[in-house]
Design a protein around this ligand. Structure first.
Ligand SMILES: [Zn+2]
Length: 238
C-alpha cells in the first residue's frame, strides 16, 4: 500500500536501514585536510563525463587517479557519499571564484552522472535538490555559493555544461538568481568584465573565454560576439 506523489509510489513504514533517501557510503581514499582551517563556503557542481555512474564511482575512488568528490548522484537518483564534508576532496583543481583560490579547501564537490551530451534526469535533479539544502544548512552556504566547475575554471572546464538547468535551481533558491534588469543598449566588453567579476567570475582569462563561461551558465544557446543580453544576468537583481 502506498500513496502516489508525483507519479511515484511512496510506501509508509519503511525501515530506516533501507531508507532510500540515505546516501550510500562508498569511501574514496582521495582526500586530505582542508588548508588554513577553511570551511566549505561553496558547492561546486560537476558532470562526470563518463558512461555510467559505476565507472565514475570507480574512478573517483581509485588512488591512481587522485580525483574525488564528496558526492556522486546517479542518473536514477542514487546518492553515493565518498568523502566526509569536513575533508578536502579533489574535484575543483586550478581556478578561482570571487577572487578566492584553493577552491577544494573551500567547497563541497558534487558529481552528477552525465556524459555532458544528454539532459539530466528528473530523478537526479530531485536528489540534488534534496541534498543541496542539507549541505547549505550544515555549513551556512548561501545560494550564491552554489556554482559550476566551469564558473571557477573558465576555458579549462565545461561542466556541468549547457544541459544543466540552472534556472530550476535558482527558482528553488538553490543558486543565486540571475539579474533581470535591462542591460545597457550597447555591450562594451570592459563593462561586461566588471559585471562578470562582481558576480564571481574572477579568473584571469581572455574576453572570449570569459564570455563562453558566462554564457555556459546563463545563455548556453548564445553564439557570436558579446550582446547586451549577455550583461543582463550579471546585473544586480532588482
Ligand atoms: Zn568538473
Amino acid at each position: 500500500m502506498g500513496t502516489h506523489v508525483a507519479g511515484i509510489q511512496v510506501h509508509s513504514a519503511v525501515p530506516s536501514t533501507t531508507d532510500p533517501q540515505a546516501p550510500i557510503w562508498h569511501a574514496s581514499p582521495n582526500y586530505g585536510p582542508r588548508r588554513d582551517g577553511l570551511k566549505p563556503s561553496l558547492i561546486v557542481l560537476h558532470y562526470t563525463a563518463m558512461n555510467s555512474a559505476q565507472e565514475a564511482l570507480d574512478r573517483l575512488c581509485d588512488p591512481v587517479h587522485e580525483v574525488s568528490a564528496h558526492y556522486l548522484i546517479g542518473g536514477d537518483g542514487t546518492l553515493w557519499h565518498m568523502v566526509r564534508e569536513e575533508d578536502r576532496a579533489w574535484h575543483a583543481g586550478a581556478g578561482e571564484w570571487s577572487g578566492q583560490k584553493d577552491i577544494n579547501s573551500r567547497s563541497i564537490g558534487i558529481e552528477l552522472d552525465n556524459t555532458g551530451r544528454h539532459p539530466f534526469s528528473d530523478l537526479q535533479m530531485r536528489r540534488l535538490e534534496q541534498l543541496l539544502p542539507q549541505i547549505m544548512h550544515r555549513w551556512s552556504i548561501r545560494p550564491y555559493g552554489v556554482i559550476g566547475h566551469s564558473d571557477m575554471a573558465p576555458g579549462r572546464k565545461f561542466d556541468p555544461g549547457p544541459r544543466f538547468d540552472w534556472l530550476r535551481l535558482e527558482r528553488n533558491k538553490l543558486a543565486a538568481p540571475r539579474g533581470q534588469n535591462d542591460g545597457p543598449l550597447d555591450a562594451p566588453m570592459d563593462q561586461f568584465r566588471i559585471l562578470a567579476q562582481s558576480t564571481g567570475f574572477s579568473a584571469d582569462v581572455d574576453d572570449e573565454t570569459l564570455l563562453s563561461a558566462v554564457r555556459l551558465r546563463y545563455r548556453p544557446w548564445a553564439t557570436g560576439p558579446l550582446q547586451s543580453a549577455d550583461l543582463v544576468p550579471l546585473t544586480a537583481r532588482s
